[in-house]
Ligand binder design. Sequence first.
Ligand code: GLY
Length: 568
Amino acid sequence: MKNILFVFTLLLLFQSCKENTPPKDKVQTSKRGLITKKAMVVSAREEASIIGSDIMKKGGNAFDAMMATEMALAVAYPYAGNLGGGGFMVYRLADGSTGGLDYREKAPKAATKNMYLDTNAEVIPNRSTVGPLAVGIPGTVAGIFKAHKRFGKLPIKEVLQPVIDLAKNGFIVTKNQEGRFKEKDSIFRAVNGHKLLFNNDLKKGDRVLNFALAETLSRIAENGVNEFYKGETAKKLVEFLNEKGSIITLEDLAAYESKWRDPIEFQYDNLKVISMSPPASGGICLNQIMKMIEPFDLKDYGHNSLKAIQVIVEAEKRAYADRGFYLGDPDFVDIPVETLTSDIYLEQRMSNFSFKAPTPVDSISHGKIEGYESDQTTHYSIVDQFGNAIAVTTTLNSGYGSKLFVDDLGFFLNNEMDDFSSKSGVPNVYGLIGAEANSIAPEKRMLSSMTPTILEKDGELLMTVGTPGGSTIITSVLQTILNVEEFGMTMQEAVEAARFHNQYLPDEIRIEPNRFDKKLIEQLESLGYIINEERSPVIGIVDGILVLENGTLEGGADPRGDDTAVGF
Ligand code: GLY
């Protein structure tokens, strides 16, 4: 049903912007997104982009806009916007300095390695994905405060006031949201025991007022970050969680800290790529894939051509195999980052690549796989009038996270614990397998695929980009970058173009339905590739900002969602 709704919504979307949408993968050369001179926010909701942009108009910078946009998404996009989740931010300041912020959720102190296994050591279905035990310690509020403390300019109260007003005055339900509220209504009722504020009565155009969230945000604006981790909000949250059977304590919340991390940085041709480091896997995987494909002439092969798809898929396969084995929380495991991203290692990794046939997965690594759920998270990109750029990806994990909604506080809680490997070699909701490096331990961060990324060209800011999409995040960011750099697309064309995905296991290429030529699919199949056109109605919902040669900004807002670029 979910898939049908999604496909139907997509059909409507593509129909309504038919004149502007490239047929299949034949890309027009002139379609531009919003152009502005100074500043821009591109996010999953128009309200959030407007609020972020207005904060910059008032003299705020990208980090003020981050706090406002992130909280506005929590109000207007409860599917993935959040106070009860976590995320990652990569920044590049006007002076060229860069950094990364990790506000990923953590496992509670009482978490154990086998907490999702039964007495036969089998994974108990749904325990890590739905309800109280799926919830990790939320990091979002700590993250936005940490970023604001170091770089923000405007007072917190001024930044949060428009968001509090949005929660009080309400946001307008979109067609996409109407479909999702309907689809999730029964699971919301099953998990929470009653009908939620977000329910199947809501129709497109209805206004949703969230007074509980307005109050929570007002207390946070008044009392600061400690309100969420040690104050009244923390007490209410833990009381709620414990009543539901969670193992999260007040001590867990009080101990949570977001962390500055050095981003992963590497060259691809004449681009400098700056992306998120572990516990996000995005930066390392992007580095590996881009270095493995760099020697091939993708431009010559052509966008979404047989040869380009083969090279990219085979590089993805190898990177995701490494991801499953080596990557985890760097505070708990030693990750051989230098080796994994070294030229020698990556050359050797691609040495058995051939255009004649797929490299068998057994010869790359091992594992078995089946079963998945929905891919949700959200991304926003901001460039301010001072020349600072940020890329932020934030999530509850699945759509609406654990589906647990804290009525008194007005927000959903994540199900990020499923991003751990519950059992070595057994896939999570994204079909991703993991190993010891990503096993559960008290206070450990679960591995993420989030890939907020910034590009420089010739020492100048070129792009800020990212996307939701679970395991498909990395490959969607990759293709968007290549679309601009190799295939000459505008930012808007690059985010709209049809996408494909391979994650090593399952051994298949996922493609967006009805967007690839039948002949191309046949050619791939005759070479031995398995094509899955069913699994992902959309692959990624990418939002990016491109700095054009004349210094203006072009927004790329993905029509796969309700995403909107706003700026001045
Ligand atoms: N929860 C999806 C991710 O972090 O990769």
